[in-house]
Design a protein around this ligand. Structure first.
Ligand code: ATP
Ligand code: MG
Length: 424
């Protein structure tokens, strides 16, 4: 026998006892997205490597060291998507979805980054992303933040805070970047190797550094806020005013930058202190320059992505727990004929009541062991079909959760009676 095979490091199986929580979170997300008129888009998991190099930028952690890239059999360089924005923009341009139209889109699926796996950081992880195209005003920025705030409420998350900043226009950032490079250039000896390298390639990324010494040094550095243009300033004030009016609290964090070059104006992160180092559950902002950069006509855009593993982890810790999906009925069968008839009876019940969840006992075994399984299934009722019931064309309905007496019901009346008992 060979060695036992294991999943790829940093890539998780989702086991049956976890799937209820995932489905609960997914269901709430879908329902909130629909409440804001968002439409789903699904893109391939694999794209040309070039797309990510162009959209994310060559000198980012993602492109430099985190992408799963490979040559396919034609010799084309392909990459497992590390995020969804690039593919979404590519699809919209390709299918002409951005010509004089507003698009409110969302997507959901696995993303891949070759990072060091740890709690809240995996090599395959799931993101829900939202991208809105064709709207340039602060109202949509604010509405996306209201959407996320509503979602946290639905998920029962209380200790998440919104951090907000404005990056200004591309020109404003260029002026800031110049000053920052000059300031840091005089203090190169206090930078780590990564930051020194970025000083030449992508200096804004230094602000994102996770090295505490670098962060301490940055305390005295020029602040982006002082370089923001008047229009961006007023855009930002309007976003803040919408949030104030809607009663959504936020913190303005002048150090908040997104690593990616195509962001401008509004940027934000929702963070929690309950997940340790990996505390950002949702991040996004405005990226008005990206569509043109990827070859489309210029279209304003704003969006965000949230990390499902981190969200699910928070929801799992909720004190009141989440609803778990269990069957309504577990069908216990005794004898060869009953076993055959039982399968058909369960089919009839599913025909008559589409939302009904029935587990039919398969594989034989004593009444006792069948009832043990019925109990463990979490179903509120067992249906019992033995020789005697078959003869009488009846079924016994046995409450499993201490809710009253067992009853015998004719097969004809069974579906109606079950709908009453189960309130379906
Ligand atoms: P971080 O600072 O945590 O590395 P990021 O800036 O790389 O995040 P984004 O690219 O903005 O993250 O992705 C949006 C969200 O996706 C993050 O806020 C996080 O919740 C989630 N996420 C990103 N990378 C991972 C990962 N490797 N494993 C799990 N979730 C992730
Ligand atoms: Mg990252």
């Amino acid at each position: 026998m060979g060695e036992t095979l294991q999943a790829v490091r940093g890539m998780n199986d989702l086991l049956p006892d976890q799937s209820s929580c995932w489905q609960f979170v997914e269901g709430q997300i879908r329902s909130v997205l629909e409440a804001y008129g968002m439409q789903e888009i699904r893109m391939p998991i694999v794209e040309k490597t070039e797309l990510f190099k162009r959209s994310i930028g060559e000198v980012t952690d993602i492109v430099e060291k985190e992408m799963y890239s490979f040559e396919d059999r034609n010799g084309d360089s392909l990459t497992l998507r590390p995020e969804g924005t690039a593919g979404c923009v590519r699809a919209c341009i390709q299918h002409g979805l951005l010509r004089n139209q507003v698009q409110r889109l969302w997507y959901y699926g696995p993303m891949f980054r070759h990072e060091r796996p740890q709690k809240g950081r995996y090599r395959q992880f799931f993101q829900v992303g939202v991208e809105v195209f064709g709207l340039e005003g602060p109202d949509i920025d604010a509405e996306l933040l209201l959407l996320t705030a509503r979602l946290w409420k639905r998920l029962g998350l209380e200790r998440v805070t919104l951090q907000l900043n404005s990056l200004g226009t591309v020109a404003a950032r260029a002026r800031f970047r110049e000053q920052l490079v000059a300031w840091l250039g005089e203090r190169q000896d206090q930078l780590d190797g990564d930051s020194r390298r970025r000083l030449k390639t992508n200096p804004m990324r230094i602000l994102d550094s996770k090295n505490p010494d670098v962060q301490a040094l940055l305390e005295g550095a020029p602040i982006l806020e002082d370089f923001i243009d008047a229009e961006s300033r007023s855009h930002f004030q309007d976003v803040c005013a919408y949030l104030d009016a809607a009663g959504v609290p936020y913190e303005v964090n002048p150090r908040l930058v997104r690593g990616l070059d195509y962001y401008g104006r509004t940027v934000f992160e929702w963070v929690t202190s309950e997940l340790g180092a990996q505390g950002t559950i949702c991040a996004g902002g405005r990226y008005d320059a990206l569509v043109e950069y990827l070859g489309g006509s210029p279209v304003p855009a704003v969006g965000f992505a949230m990390g499902m593993e981190r969200l699910v982890e928070l929801v799992e810790h909720r004190s009141d727990g989440i609803p778990v999906t269990t069957p309504h009925l577990y069908l216990v069968v005794a004898g060869e004929t009953a076993r055959r008839e039982g399968l058909l009876l369960a089919e009839q019940l599913r025909d008559s009541t589409p939302d009904l969840r029935v587990v039919t006992h398969c594989g034989g075994g004593s009444f006792k062991s069948q009832f043990r399984k019925a109990d463990r299934s979490g179903a509120p009722y067992a249906l019992v079909l033995g020789e005697e019931e078959l003869q009488a064309r009846e079924v016994a309905v046995k409450p499993l959760r201490g809710q009253g007496e067992q009853e015998r019901i004719s097969i004809e009346a069974l579906a109606d009676r079950l709908r009453v008992l189960l309130a379906l």
